[in-house]
Design a protein around this ligand. Structure first.
Ligand code: C5P
Length: 217
């Protein structure tokens, strides 16, 4: 069986960076499932499709030409690596993620990332829905205020202006929508290991996950 490490958790918990480094260190493939929902957010905006039109959204998902290449993300021929990272696309991704037809349409593309020698998958429902067979499931989280501060620093470092109060409010709203939606809500599965990174560095979280993986493999 191809080994899978599923890392789920709320927004700005550090999942993306941690999951990418774990994948790098183990030589595994990496799935950033949030990027797929962000792509739906962007593609639907470009085509003027609203979130109340689930069938149109489903068609859009099934026909999106997505490519992860050279460390970048492409929608058709357009390099959208940066365009999908904005707060606006985060919100649109969260609205898209609440539509069951979108979630269903993205199942196959997510599963197609599973290839030898192994996969680290990061998202909200990796361990609960997409890869329930994962050998290691981690629920990575951190205090909401700390997550908002991390997001703030990231944005400022990129030269994007940000307001910490608005960021905190948006983050709490997004957590609520992600945990309360009917299809595949963000939950810690019973068999997931809880890792709270409020007081941890990225390095510590990465080492902890690799340590856990070495123990079970
Ligand atoms: O992880 P990221 O912040 O890029 O995800 C953006 C949004 O996409 C999340 O807030 C969530 O609503 C949605 N998402 C999801 N299921 C996943 C990954 C992301 O619903 N597996």
């Amino acid at each position: 069986m191809i080994p899978i490490i599923a890392i789920d958790g709320p927004t700005a918990s550090g999942k993306g960076t941690v999951a990418q480094r774990v994948a790098q260190q183990l030589g595994f493939h990496y799935l950033d499932s949030g990027a797929l929902y962000r792509l739906v957010g962007l593609a639907s905006q470009q085509s003027g499709i609203e979130f109340l039109e689930p069938l149109l959204l489903k068609e859009l998902c099934l026909h999106m030409e997505i490519e992860f290449r050279d460390g970048g993300i492409f929608l058709g021929k357009e390099d959208v690596t940066e365009a999908i990272r904005t707060e606006e696309m985060g919100k649109r991704a969260s609205s898209a993620g609440a539509v069951p037809e979108v979630r269903e349409a993205l199942i196959q593309v997510q599963k197609s990332f599973l290839k030898p020698p192994g996969l680290v998958a990061d998202g909200r429902d990796m361990g609960s829905v997409i890869f329930p067979q994962a050998q290691l499931k981690v629920f990575l989280t951190a205090d909401a205020k700390i997550r908002a501060q991390r997001r703030y620093k990231q944005l400022i470092a990129k030269g994007i202006s940000a307001n910490i109060d608005i960021l905190t409010k948006d983050l709490v709203e997004r957590d609520l929508r992600d945990t309360q939606r009917e299809t595949a809500p963000l939950v810690q599965s019973e068999d997931a290991f809880l890792l709270d990174t409020s007081d941890q560095t990225i390095e510590e979280a990465v080492n902890r996950i690799i340590g856990l993986y070495q123990q079970i493999k």
